[in-house]
Every structure is written in C-alpha cells, then in structure tokens.
Design a protein around this ligand. Structure first.
Ligand code: CA
Length: 232
C-alpha cells in the first residue's frame, strides 16, 4: 500500500495543489483544514508524513507539533510563508523536520518529502561510523576522512560534523546547533557558529562559495546535504 500523507492546510487552492501532485507521485493523501480535524483523523489514521501549515483557523500549527511529538515520530514538514521566518525556526526547534516556503516549487516539495521519508527509515541507526558522500566520521577512533584523506578537526569541528552527519539532509536551526555543540547559554552566539562553518567549509568543500555539503538556509540555519538529487 502506498504511503499516506496528512495535509493540514486551510487554503483550499494550496491543499488541492498538494493533493494533486502527491497523488501523481503515488502517495495517498488526507486533507484537513483545522487542527481539530487533524486530531480527529489521527485517531484513526497513521500517516507516514505530515505537511503542516502554520496559520490555521483554530490555532497555530506550531503549537500542534509538541502535541504530535508526544505520540508520533512521523516526519513533519512545515509549509509556510517566507515572512514567517521566525515561526519556521520555532517550528523546527519544536520538532518539525523540515520546511518549505510558499510559494513553493512542486519539484522541491517532492524532494523534501522523499528526504524526510529516507531519514525516517534511517532512524535507529546508531553506528559508530557516520558516512556521507565521500566523508567518513569515525566516532570511536575520533577520525575524519574526505575521499580517504584524513582531515584534522578541532573538538568543536568534530562535534559539529557529528551533529551534521547524524542528521543528513535535515535543516538544523542556528539555536539548535549552538545548543547541541556549545551548550546551553550559547544559543545567541551566531558569530561562533558562522566562523566555525567557514573553517569547516574550507576543509571539506571544493568551492566554498558554492558549498556542496554545508548549505546555508537563510535566516534559519544550515542543512548538511548527503544526497544530491540535482534539483535542489
Ligand atoms: Ca494558512
């Protein structure tokens, strides 16, 4: 049976567009326009993925994320307007997996859906060696290699790579990265993060102006790309 995607969206035109293109890609869809309906449907359906709008008639989509996360590990992709950048950051920090901004390209949306599903299928892999497209991070031996060439990393760089490589293709917010790598109290130290990202890029990217691995999500954070689909 094909995967079921729950669409929580109050804009009928956008919902119809989403349903149409998901169906073309052989997904089943279930559309609701309020959080109340979403709660009801989730009592009888178990979607493999949720597309969540933030501005909904009976509440904030964001507030629904912790509710979902209490019982479900289903990937959540926030579909929201760019002007709600802060909202997107908050949604990601609450446990959403990814976001797509309106107006969105259907090609991009489908790529995000596939990525989220791929990640969901990898959950539980707690191996000691993380690999990604030519990069190898050996957690036990504390070694890092690019195309079989050892690369020296400082402890902070190593922890950054560990965080990135254990969340492949996932967008991580600035605050989340700072909290995970530097600890609580450092969430506002954007400059630390920026300078470490620059150094890391010099070590692993062939063209730092057009990074292949560490991609900037403007105003949100970074995405570590392991799978290159050629369309993003
Ligand atoms: Ca809306």
């Amino acid at each position: 049976m094909s995967d079921l995607i729950l669409i929580i969206e109050d804009d009928a035109a956008i919902a119809a567009l989403l349903e149409r293109s998901l169906k073309q890609h052989h997904y089943q869809t279930l559309h609701v326009s309020t959080l109340k309906e979403a709660r009801l449907q989730l009592q009888t359906h178990t979607p493999q993925l949720i597309l969540l709008d933030l501005g909904l008639p009976d509440g904030d989509g964001k507030s629904f994320i912790p509710h979902l996360r209490r019982s479900l590990q289903t990937p959540i992709i926030v579909v929201s307007a760019r002007r709600e950048e802060r909202e997107i950051v908050a949604a990601l920090d609450l446990g959403a997996d990814d976001y797509v901004t309106k107006p969105f390209s259907l090609v991009e949306l489908m790529a995000r859906v596939r990525r989220a599903q791929r990640r969901a299928s990898m959950v539980g892999d707690d191996s000691e060696v993380l690999t990604c497209n030519g990069l190898i991070l050996d957690l036990e031996r504390h070694r890092f290699m690019l195309e079989e060439m050892p690369i020296k990393l400082t402890p902070i760089e190593f922890n950054l790579m560990r965080l990135f490589m254990s969340h492949p293709d996932q967008v991580l917010t600035h605050q989340h990265i700072l909290k995970q790598v530097w600890g609580i109290g450092y969430q506002q130290e954007m400059q630390y993060l920026r300078s470490y990202i620059n150094t890391l890029r010099k070590k692993i990217e062939t063209d730092t102006a057009r990074p292949r691995y560490i991609q900037t999500e403007l105003g949100i954070g970074y995405r570590f790309c392991c799978h290159h689909e050629g369309v993003l």
